[in-house]
Design a protein around this ligand. Sequence first.
Ligand code: TPP
Length: 894
Amino acid sequence: MEMSSVNTLNNPFDSDAQETEEWLAALQATIQASGPERARYLLSRLSAAAQTWGVKWRDARNTPYANTIRVEDEPPFPGGADALSIEQRLASLMRWNALAMVVRANRAYGELGGHIASYASAADLFEVGFNHFFRARTDSFGGDLVYFQAHSAPGIYARAFLEGTLTEKELSFYRQEIEAKKHGARGLSSYPHPWLMENFWQFPTGSMGLGPISAIYQARFMRYMEHRGLLAPQERKVWGVFGDGEMDEPESLAALSLASRETLDNLVFVVNCNLQRLDGPVRGNGHIVDELETIFAGCGWNVIKLLWGSDWDPLFARDQSGDLLNALNQTVDGQLQTFAANDGAFNRARFFGQNPALQAIGATLTDDEIDRLHRGGHDMKKIHAAYLSAANHRGQPTVILAQTKKGFGMGAAGQGKMATHQQKKLDAGTLIEFRDRFRLPISDADCEALAFYKPADGSPEMRHLLQRRASLGGFIPRRSVSQTRIAVPEMASYAKFSLDADGKEMSTTMALVRMLGTLLKDDGIGKHIVPIVADEARTFGMANLFKQVGIYSSQGQLYEPEDIGSILSYREAKDGQILEEGISEAGAISSWTAAATSYSVHGLPMLPFYIYYSMFGFQRIGDLIWAAADQRARGFLIGATSGRTTLAGEGLQHQDGSSHLVAATVPNCVSYDPAYAYELAVIVQDGMRRMLGNNEDIFYYITVTNENEAQPSMPAGVEDGIKRGMYCLLPQDNADVRLLAAGPILKEAIGAAALLREKFGINAEVWSVTSYTELARDGVAAERLQRLSSSSPDAYITQQLWRSDAPVIAASDYVRSIPESIRAYVPARYVTLGTDGFGRSDTRANLRDFFEVDAKWIAFAALRELPAGKDAAQLPKFAEALGLDLTKPWSIKE
Ligand SMILES: Cc1ncc(C[n+]2csc(CCOP(=O)(O)OP(=O)(O)O)c2C)c(N)n1
């Protein structure tokens, strides 16, 4: 076997070059005689022996700054040189159209923004994927899933334009989604947004770091579906193209070990290592590629370095002394960027000029050739070899670390320039230079006018483009939606116990888990349910589900669980239904999103219930929830142990008084804070009906608590009110005051009504508010319609309360902004009580007193609004009668 040299004779760190040579020669001889398998064995034995003998050596998990795939192992490019050159021409056209689209938009409206340099670096990486690997969904194949680097979106639009799935008119409305509508067109989103381009984009990746973690859990969810027998195993792949700067996000790296633990060989990451991020170099003083290699390899991934193009091959072949490789190993990224930004003469002087051996290598090239030396991520043949190797790799996920130049081909205006990320205005000279650089068949005038270019129908380029996509199943990205409707069981079939509770004690969490347990057994909907927990199943009383439906594990259960004899024993199974994500809320929500979008991504609706500590939801992983919303997720988020005062002992970081506030900001999130099990049943039923029966693109956030209370049976006629956000629980003729309360505070309002009656002879009416947010949304919509046309009806809450002038006191276990959100629609004096401030550990009773949301404080607030309360002299008497300390510390200040 012909083997390239790895000679290190000139390595300054080598104290005995001769000895090194002998070791290398021995290794080389072994590889030649017995193959790489044997070499690997010997190396691992050497490593173990070194450990035993105290050498304290650990494999740095780094390979030299060279391509992982050897020249001699590269497969031929499919279609040969002709196909290669057509694909290169096509890539050049995409580069132009993408650039033209961004520059045009900014020429017209400088504020629109957009990016050129990122796609310029990623174009070849995308094109090889599009032409050879990314398979579309067809009738018989589920399709590969591709997470596109968000700010390379212009390039994806440029391709869709050539393919004919986007029109020239649409391209001209890049980043003008509102203006486009006025012209009967569709505007193009800045980044991949399924909410705005629902037939096009599948995965929102605009927030850095969410793409990588989502892609990993997507690949894992695909396996879950296969192992449960819900999807046929079809060797589908998940591809993710991400930025090297993006890998700094904690979420990008958070799930790498899960991917290898689960042997996700259906997953390929391509990290576009253009060595720059927005402000400057990703790692000016080091090698981001090497850093990522260490991290990914350490996490058990197959790593392919794709650093140098084919035009470097002869240079490496000539590098007998190892000087070239040494120089590359030692050239830090900041310097590589400077080399990218400068011309051949500069590179000859500053790189090849380092020593005589490099000078000799450089002397074989003209300045122009040096200038054009390709980095690996710009060489389609090498990219193809890396992708093929990744696609065929088994037993591990693969990452391809592809070195590119940011702003590739943008010349002096952008290539490798420090500020290239935000470059979006190019002058005429630069445009012509770009055209010449990529040999584009565009006239000077068209160039200056930024005309889009599309080869003629039937041209070799168009034929090739369309034929390649046809052979891969059609165009991508494309988002489709299953029209399947899942039959939702009758509420009584799974929630009778809560509808007819008759005073039985239970918490709403317990009620939810019981409903879930029964729904899981339902013949129709049962198998579609995906229970998800992040190591809190026992906290929520879900341990019985372990046995009932099993915890998903791709390996089954390789051990005898400690509690094997118990009826609730811990059961992992390959077809287990629960996704137990360990202590990773980011992981759990990523799984939830995968399940919640399965109706589209896999054409099979699933119904995930992710049950978690409510404080660790919207606050902790709010951005992932926002992305799920963009992706049109359908499912239930259950904020358990919720509220500021119900999770008594847990203290400041656990007590949630704000999740409903954030939930209210997510437009398609329908949120509820129910008080009773029957309210919960009505909400769950309605949610299933809307999401699975009506296929509405909404998801539910429901808070439940672990406070045991006597659960009443459902009164007649309240279902509509529960769904709309409020209903009258304790009606009162000629009420002096109306008390509104939600969730765990409802019983305090009931208590307040009793105190008012008993101690002061005051009649209070009590309303259960299941959702301040839904009431507020209805109010906003009604108010707007009234503004636009005087004849439209009042908000629902106004209709409920207008019959009387009696003051309204509203309380919540969340911050006051929640009850405040409906103020404009309450047709009477309105006072709100909430739990602003930091939580702390104490009993529920003490917490509610501290935050002033208990029965006494609600009663006090009511008294203050009544005629007698207007007299300040009365206040100490009220306080005394209620047992309140008016000088106590107060939540916001403490
Ligand atoms: C969470 C988040 N933070 C910041 C940004 C803004 N942003 C967009 S692209 C970018 C730089 C990306 O650099 P890199 O990942 O290296 O990609 P490149 O453009 O160089 O290919 C930044 C900071 C963002 N989109 N999301």
